[in-house]
Design a protein. Structure first.
Length: 62
């Protein structure tokens, strides 16, 4: 799940601004749902990964 998260972050940084926001949100939802349905990850794991991914985006770039 962390690898998938890193791939989504890299893809969103390399795309135009409006597209990257959509890609991050939709990609996270689709991939998270697919991982849970396939039995690769649990619901709790997806939530923990999502929460742990948020702090780096909350700090301002100086």
């Amino acid at each position: 799940m962390l690898l998938t998260l890193e791939i989504l972050k890299e893809a969103s940084m390399r795309m135009p601004t409006k597209s990257s926001q959509t890609l991050g949100i939709v990609g996270g939802i689709v991939i998270g749902q697919a991982a849970v349905e396939a039995g690769i990850a649990s619901n709790v794991m997806v939530i923990v990964i999502a929460i742990s991914a948020m702090p780096p985006f909350s700090f301002p770039i100086i």
